[in-house]
Design a protein around this ligand. Structure first.
Ligand code: NDP
Length: 314
């Protein structure tokens, strides 16, 4: 067992975590980052990123995260590979366990563990991921300009993304597994009143068709069991996200779905000295640029907290 005192511990290595690290390192807080199970976060499983300002020609998600990492390391961030497996936020310095074996002490903690998209779990979805299958309409919708696409889901996200896609694509099939929506009435009305959105109720996805790119889908009516094939070029999954916050349960206030609650307009959690940023606390915007912005907020909040609560840091 090794014990070390860390001034600013950042958990998670997506845009939020790296931006927090850049700010914390430049403020001389000697940040240590644990990169987690998917170093670089959700952007490492996307292709072109065209909506992040500063990249007029776009950039591949994995390359972008490599640049984030380099920038954070340039100012002295200690990026380590490992998973935080337990925390004790009962008093400062906070106790953190990594990979069930290593024990650390941290004066401040920035949670930037992100969220993971939920998937249907069918083999063709995995096979065609990034080849026409996507879990982010705002990120990838543009590649299907003028084409026919489908989106699965019946919540607010699915409705919002279907409306977004309808502006870009010629036709959007919305696959709703039950006979009704889960989304708010306002969102339901919006999709119902959009002429190029066709809602297929009681419809499940049997298979996404195509070898190297999406060419169609086979859907099944859950009432009759009848299947049919429909030609599409893009297939979007919008059945919810799961914030990666399990390890903080019992310490940090969360909503019923596990998103961390922060004091509005700040990154402060219910525990003084613990801050949250990025998708772990944002279920509405979920963009790289908003995550990065909130990571900056978390580092500034942590810096101010440390200045106001000077503890001996070894
Ligand atoms: P939700 O959990 O609200 O909805 C998920 C949807 O996916 C449900 O309709 C569910 O169906 C469906 N679904 C789940 N699993 C499957 C499956 N295997 N096959 C087919 N369909 C499936 O997630 P959202 O991401 O939509 O929203 C999360 C939260 O964020 C909500 O509280 C929402 O209100 C909020 N939000 C608010 C926005 C806003 O205010 N502008 C925008 C976006 C989100 P079923 O209904 O049958 O369970």
């Amino acid at each position: 067992m090794s014990t070390q005192n860390i001034e600013c511990l950042i958990i998670g290595s997506g845009p939020a975590g790296y931006t927090a690290a850049i700010y914390a390192a430049r403020a001389d807080m000697k940040p240590v980052m644990y990169a987690g199970m998917q170093p670089g976060g959700q952007l490492t499983i996307t292709t072109d990123v065209e909506n992040y300002p500063g990249y007029p020609d776009g950039i591949m998600g994995p390359e972008m995260m490599e640049l984030f990492r380099k920038q954070a390391e340039r100012f002295g961030t200690d990026v380590r590979y490992g998973m935080v497996t337990k925390v004790d936020f009962s008093q400062r310095p906070f106790k953190i366990e990594v990979d069930e074996s290593q024990h650390l002490l941290a004066e401040t903690v920035i949670i930037a563990t992100g969220a993971s998209a939920k998937w249907l779990g069918i083999p063709s979805e995995q096979k065609l991921n990034g080849k026409g299958v996507s879990a982010c309409a705002v990120c990838d919708g543009f590649f299907f300009r003028g084409k026919e696409v489908a989106i699965v889901g019946a919540g607010d996200t699915a409705c919002e993304e279907a409306s977004y896609l309808a502006k870009i694509c010629s036709k959007v099939y919305m696959l709703v597994r039950r006979d009704s929506f889960r989304a708010s009435k306002a969102m339901q009305h919006r999709v119902q009143n959009t002429p190029n959105i066709e809602i297929l109720f009681n419809t499940e996805t049997d298979e996404i068709l195509g070898e190297n790119k999406v060419e169609g889908m086979r859907v099944k009516n859950s009432q009759t069991g009848q299947t049919k094939e429909i030609a599409i070029q893009g297939f979007f999954v919008a059945i919810g996200h799961q914030p990666n916050t399990d390890v903080f349960k019992g310490w940090i206030d969360m909503d019923e779905t596990g998103y961390i609650k922060t004091l509005p307009g700040t990154s402060k959690t219910n525990i003084e000295g613990v801050f949250a940023c990025g998708d772990a606390q944002d279920k509405v915007y979920r963009q790289a640029v908003t995550a990065a912005g909130s990571g900056c907020m978390a580092a500034l909040d942590a810096e101010r907290f440390l200045a106001a609560n000077k503890h001996a840091v070894a």
